[in-house]
Design a protein around this ligand. Structure first.
Ligand SMILES: Cc1cc2nc3c(=O)[nH]c(=O)nc-3n(C[C@H](O)[C@H](O)[C@H](O)COP(=O)(O)O)c2cc1C
Length: 320
């Protein structure tokens, strides 16, 4: 029986954690909470919600991440998310990209805590599932614990009980989104202090966490750990998570077993018109650090091989 809690989660990542990736990750860990890529409320309300929100029930527990800053539009989008069966709605208050800033949402919303509170309140008034917020510890070069605490306290007024905190500032000028995940220094101590001073809140820490030992160390201070890039680039690191952090005692699947279990899904999706590449691109890191990793990656990145849309290439990749 899958559990729904936020002890371990896989971060929302644009162009990475799409539904095919999430299905694949779910074969590796049953309980870790998975997040969608960010979907803007505008796209959901004015675009093809059916297409944007589709997923396989196997992906549960599953949170939908929304981007936006219009309370009514976010409420409508959250309602759609709930009607599609998502387990949680998460608001993105952490993304520093240019595109997101011009839409006046993402990390710059940390400068407008009252607006974030209103957005959360609007969403919470129309859905029963939890509404959570993912944010940074601050904006630009100023380091201030008081700024973080003030933001969280104001948003908490709307009844938000869970904050996922990427423990570095977002610099809104001068560096790219990618650099914004590396250059602003990590300050885990801000997140620990927040949990210490506001123990009634559920605090999930994120940023730069890669190993099981690091996860265990973080759990001494906070309620949960969100893993981003390491879970995408080295997905098999998730394999012992159910055993280590959820107390499951079933045997950990091997990499080959995971591929075997992914195959029926790939075949079914190919029949529905998906490309092989859209599914294999997420599994390139499965053998990260193992002998043969390079061949696996190279074989599954070859456009000529992928163009044939033939699943047997996975076995060929294994034996190269
Ligand atoms: C390719 C990529 C796309 C991302 N897209 C999102 C996103 O859509 N929403 C979001 O809140 N964060 C996004 N992030 C940030 C991650 O969720 C996470 O906060 C960040 O990578 C730090 O965690 P890590 O050090 O474990 O990777 C993205 C990160 C990456 C690498």
């Amino acid at each position: 029986m899958k559990k729904f809690n936020r002890r371990i989660s896989v971060a929302p990542m644009m162009k990475c954690t799409d539904r095919h990736d999430r299905y694949f990750l779910r074969l590796i860990t049953q309980h870790s909470l998975l997040y969608t890529e960010m979907v803007t409320s505008a796209a959901l309300i004015r675009g093809d919600a059916q297409y944007l929100l589709q997923y396989d029930p196997f992906e549960h527990p599953l949170a939908l991440q929304l981007g936006g800053s219009d309370p009514q539009e976010l409420a409508d989008a959250a309602q759609l998310g709930e009607s599609f069966g998502y387990d949680e709605i998460n608001l993105n208050v952490g993304c520093p990209s240019e595109r997101v800033r011009s839409g006046s949402f993402g990390a710059c919303l940390m400068l407008e805590p009252s607006l974030v509170r209103d957005c959360v309140a609007a969403m919470k008034s129309v859905v029963k599932i939890p509404v959570t917020v993912k944010c940074r510890i601050g904006i630009n070069r100023t380091m201030s614990y008081a700024f973080l605490k003030n933001f969280v306290q104001i948003v908490h007024e709307a009844g938000c009980e869970t904050f996922i905190i990427h423990a570095r500032n977002a610099w809104l000028n001068g560096i790219s989104p990618k650099e914004n995940r590396e250059i602003p220094p990590l300050r885990y101590d801000y997140v620990y202090q927040l949990k210490d001073e506001l123990p009634e809140l559920e605090i999930i820490i994120n940023g730069g966490i890669k190993t099981h030992a690091q996860i265990a160390a973080q759990l001494e201070y906070v309620d949960g750990v969100m893993i981003g890039r390491e879970a995408y680039g080295n997905p098999y690191m998730l394999a012992p998570i159910d055993y280590l952090f959820y107390g499951d005692d079933y045997s950990i699947p091997t990499r080959t077993e995971i591929i075997e279990r992914y195959l029926p899904y790939i075949k079914q999706q190919l029949k529905q018109g998906e490309t092989l590449h859209s599914m294999t691109r997420h599994i390139l890191g499965l053998f990260h650090g193992q002998p043969g990793a390079r061949n696996w990656r190279r074989h599954l990145s070859d456009p000529n091989i992928l163009a044939q849309n033939n699943v047997n290439c996975l076995w060929d990749a294994l034996s190269t």
